[in-house]
Design a protein around this ligand. Structure first.
Ligand SMILES: Nc1nc2c(ncn2[C@@H]2O[C@H](COP(=O)(O)OP(=O)(O)O)[C@@H](O)[C@H]2O)c(=O)[nH]1
Ligand SMILES: [Mg+2]
Length: 239
């Protein structure tokens, strides 16, 4: 099978298959290989190397970057920890709104993971809120090495206006993004199925969004190998 690494449509189909299960033996083999590439990448050393509080203070652009975005408390830090297999690399917090900076993690020298400040935290002072939301949007719009945004949705929470605003911004900036459902373990199967359908419909409506949705749990690790495989397609070559 010809592998078009740069072909987004191919990646989308590929991702959909990772989620939906293989059809042919050839696809099963390709799927297993993709999962293995993801496993290997995320088994490499991951280290925090930079925190930015303002746009002037970003690290120099280098290799490919993936940003994790979404509302406060949606599970961004927990998802990064689950992906890299650390319990506490990215600081997960039960106090929403604590991460008001961009945190950069280097994964094996091949991929940079960026933990974004959450949006939609009503209790932050308005000026503080505008500061870091401004930083977040400026980063999403203007970072040349940003290859993909993973936009998270909590399976237990309604889609809100600021989720739609973020998707509109990413569409306008033509930043490709992937919708990921978090906390699959926290809802009943019929609620999860309804939520998956709702988020898949959102993905179809937004031109810069991949037309498939990955469902994950940082508790049970459901969906984590598939997300690793999907992100590994963007990583640089092994040193
Ligand atoms: N049940 C369940 N809880 C989760 C999951 N992921 C995160 N949480 C909880 O949700 C809260 C917010 O998570 P955190 O990663 O700090 O969210 P962030 O603000 O987006 O970085 C914490 O109390 C986590 O323990 C998950 O997959 N399942
Ligand atoms: Mg966080």
């Amino acid at each position: 099978m010809v592998h078009h690494a740069s072909d987004e449509a191919h990646q989308a189909r590929h991702g959909a298959r990772l989620n939906a299960g293989a059809v042919t033996a050839e696809e099963a083999a390709e799927q297993a290989a993709a999962l293995e590439r993801g496993r290997l990448l995320f088994a490499s050393e991951c280290r925090f190397f930079f925190a930015a509080q303002q746009l002037e203070g970003l690290p120099d652009v280098a290799g490919p970057e993936i940003a994790f975005a979404g509302r406060s408390n949606v599970g961004k830090s927990s998802l990064i920890n689950a992906l890299v297999g650390h319990k506490a690399l990215a600081r997960a917090s039960s106090q929403p709104g604590r991460t008001k900076q961009l945190n950069f993690f280097d994964l094996g020298g091949r991929l940079t993971l960026v933990d974004m400040p959450g949006y939609g935290f009503a209790l932050a002072a308005k000026s503080v809120k505008e500061d870091w939301q401004g930083l977040m949007f400026a980063f999403l719009r203007g970072r040349p090495t940003l290859r993909r945004v993973v936009l998270l949705f909590d399976a237990r929470v309604e889609v809100k206006t600021n989720d739609n605003e973020t998707m509109d911004l990413l569409d306008r900036a033509a930043v490709t993004y992937q919708l990921v459902l978090t906390k699959a373990d926290a809802v009943k199967p019929h609620v999860l199925a309804r939520k998956e359908a709702e988020i898949a419909e959102l993905a179809r409506k937004h031109p810069a969004a991949y037309p498939f949705v990955l469902t994950t749990s940082s508790e049970t690790l459901d969906g984590i190998p598939a997300l690793r495989a999907s992100l590994a397609e963007l990583a640089g070559a092994a040193a």
